[in-house]
Structures are given as C-alpha cells and as structure tokens.
Design a protein around this ligand. Structure first.
Ligand SMILES: [Zn+2]
Length: 74
C-alpha cells in the first residue's frame, strides 16, 4: 500500500522520496525524474520532477508536488 497514510489529512500529499515509486507523469504515466533543491529529514521541500517522455518539468514547492502540466490549457 502507498505510504501516504501516515497521518496526513490533507488531500495533497507531502513529497517524500518514497513517493517517487507511486508518482507518475499525469500525461504519459511514466516515472518522473527527481531533482532535489531543498530537503529536510523527511521531506523534499523544493525541487523538480521531470518527465523525459513529455519533456515537462513539474515543480515541488513547500513539499507539495504540483503535477499540473504547465501548458494545461483546455
Ligand atoms: Zn510524461
């Protein structure tokens, strides 16, 4: 089971290194490449998730990964 259940009551999950196993690109469903800019003991605070398939970078800010594609204009 995913590791998100540990007392996190928000609907947004906090970015932990383990989450890389379950976070995929919302567009192509492939694994993302993680670049860490700032990290504390448990969480990645800021960084990037990169999809080499779509060539899109997703930002992580305040431990929250923003998985909306930058050009998500419908
Ligand atoms: Zn992708």
């Amino acid at each position: 089971m995913p590791l998100v259940s540990k007392g996190i009551g928000r609907y947004n999950y906090v970015m932990k290194p383990d989450l890389l196993d379950i976070i995929v690109c919302p567009l192509c469903k492939k694994r993302l490449q993680l670049t860490i800019e700032e990290q504390n003991e448990q969480e990645i605070v800021t960084g990037f998730l990169f999809c080499s398939e779509c060539n899109i970078t997703y930002l992580i800010s305040d431990t929250i990964p923003d998985l909306l594609p930058p050009q998500a204009v419908s």
